[in-house]
Design a protein around this ligand. Sequence first.
Ligand code: NAD
Length: 340
Amino acid sequence: MTDKIPATLISGDGIGPEIMASVTTVLDALGAPFVWDHQNAGMGALENQGSALPDATLDSIARTGLVLKGPLTTPVGKGFRSINVTLRQQFDLYANVRPTQTIVPGGRYSNVDLVVIRENVEGLYAAMEHYMRVGDDPEAVAYGAGFNTRAECNRIVRFAFEYAVKNGRKKVTLVHKANILKILSGIFLHEGRRVAAEYEGRIELEERIVDACAMELVIKPENYDVIVTTNLFGDILSDLTAGLVGGLGMAPGANIGEKMAVFEAVHGSAPDIAGKGVANPLALMMAASMMLAHVGRQDLSARLDGGMKQILTTDGIRTRDLGGTATTEDVTQALLRAIH
Ligand code: NAD
């Protein structure tokens, strides 16, 4: 029996509380080892506690090092940094892991099983940008810069190869744009090749330019296994891969650091359907499954994955985003039956 594991739980904004209630109900029924420290972040926290990322939440995360997080609405307006970007940088959550697998039959692609590993703290997301004045126009030119360090390129590519080894994957594809961004993207490619050489004979190395990769993902996604890439390319490609298997309602993600891990759905707070009880809880459910595997409970993770597969395929329980009519509660109840 695993000991109890303290973890921070942030329900989030919009559909967050609805899908989080579904996930915690199922985790409880599964006997998951987590002891939740409930904390707030996002729009709700800004309204109630005066900060979109209160100190109490940051303290809890620093203490537990393990987080299940619902989507957060980033307040619009100057002076608000994305909370998600802040969390990644503050806790050095350098690897963003987004698995994509075909589960729902009858979709456009029947054979997708790949993982996008995105560098999470450098690249163009450093958002060092400003305007430059030309004549009377103070905003005539928009200027932006990014940076990639050799150390971080090494760390993220090594993470991807280690992930491949641990998860029985065969191939890692380095995705870059070093033909044009010879330095910014070149350092990633060159450092990546050095790391890959250490895995020669065990894990195959492949290289793709990002635009060719985008096209190939649409034409032949089954060619891909593990993709590792820099921040902006990873952001775009991982939404593309989510689209291959049913959209954002089916896309989980993990943000991993040396000592911390934050698990979440890839989607946002979906204000258009919030409060209607129709949100798909499965992306967050899959994130919870990744969290179980992360703490060594592969047994529970496999049971949860099996349950999700069963309700989607055998039982045909699907929310509206997947072309069905099921409510969030229908999914919860079906899953509770399936995991027993
Ligand atoms: P969104 O992902 O919230 O919604 C995009 C579309 O997908 C909407 O039509 C929505 O109804 C649908 N959708 C999303 N999740 C769904 C689910 N689980 N079930 C069914 N349908 C679902 O993107 P957006 O509208 O651009 O962003 C809304 C807010 O969320 C913004 O404030 C944004 O900053 C924030 N956001 C947060 C995160 C995060 O916390 N990780 C990620 C992305 C966006």
